[in-house]
Ligand binder design. Structure first.
Ligand code: ZN
Ligand code: FE
Length: 257
């Protein structure tokens, strides 16, 4: 399974999964159809699946037009999103598994950004290889999604699920927000050496408009403040001893940042 990024809209990433043997493809969160159709034409691949993480238009905006070209493609999304994802045919919940080519992904229910949000996790085929996490707007490189339909406690539970995956997991998040996220992270975790060096690297990459997605989950655990609500220095930065309250205060500060 080959994974490529397709930049879309102002700062979205669409992810294309391609199996060269069968020449089939799947797409994660098609914000728009045109760039996906173009890539599929270049590959001469047939689209067999659309994997949506949640119903926002910058994640499902291309569904209908893709279905017009590939009417046999199946549209996957969370069961709680019933009625909100155009063309949805498969209604997923925690513990379900979905197949693409010879790979299976585990479905994780991760509400918080929206009440229906799901993530797709492909475990590695070999222990030495990376797992692949498609987490939409739940976890970002250096940040997390806003709480539009969920509570801090829900989001902490969802992020904990993602955090329990192996360090050697690639985080395919749906937006290029990394630089701004790390600028915020430095204001609450500025003495973290891993964070400081990550910021320097990301700043250099973004100067040349290089993508910073995917990131590695191990690095997120060490540098992303929204996975670090148990760290004493982050708790003292927001004057709390409670993980959920720490998360909620960090999220509130980021909303204003
Ligand atoms: Zn969203
Ligand atoms: Fe989004």
């Amino acid at each position: 399974m080959q994974i490529t990024r397709i930049p879309a809209l102002s700062d979205n990433y669409i992810f294309l999964l391609h199996d060269p043997q069968q020449n089939i493809a799947a797409v994660v969160d098609p914000a728009e159809a045109e760039p996906v159709l173009k890539r599929l034409a270049e590959l001469k691949a047939e689209l067999v699946a659309i994997f949506n993480t949640h119903h926002h238009i910058d994640h499902v905006g291309g569904n209908r037009q893709l279905l017009q070209h590939f009417s046999q493609a199946k549209v996957y999304g969370g069961v709680e999103d019933k009625g909100r994802i155009p063309g949805q045919q498969v209604f997923l919940q925690e513990g379900d598994r979905v197949q693409f080519a010879n790979r299976w992904a585990e479905v994780l229910f991760v509400p918080g950004h929206t009440r229906a949000h799901i993530a797709y996790y492909f475990p590695p085929e070999q222990p030495s290889e990376t797992g692949e996490l498609f987490c939409g707007d739940t976890l970002f490189a250096g940040g997390c999604g806003r709480l539009l339909e969920g509570t801090p406690a829900q989001m902490v539970a969802s992020l904990s699920k993602l955090q329990s995956l192996p360090d050697n997991t690639r985080v395919w998040c749906a937006h290029e927000y990394t630089l701004k996220n790390l600028q915020f992270a430095l204001t609450v975790d500025g003495s973290n050496p891993d964070l400081k060096s990550r910021f320097t690297e990301v700043k250099a990459s973004r100067k040349y408009l290089e993508a910073t997605v995917p990131s590695m989950l191990g690095l997120e655990k060490r540098t992303n403040p929204f996975l670090r609500w148990n760290q004493p220095n982050l708790q003292s930065a927001v004057n709390s001893h409670d993980p959920v309250q720490t998360f909620a205060r960090l999220r509130g500060m980021k909303d204003q940042f």
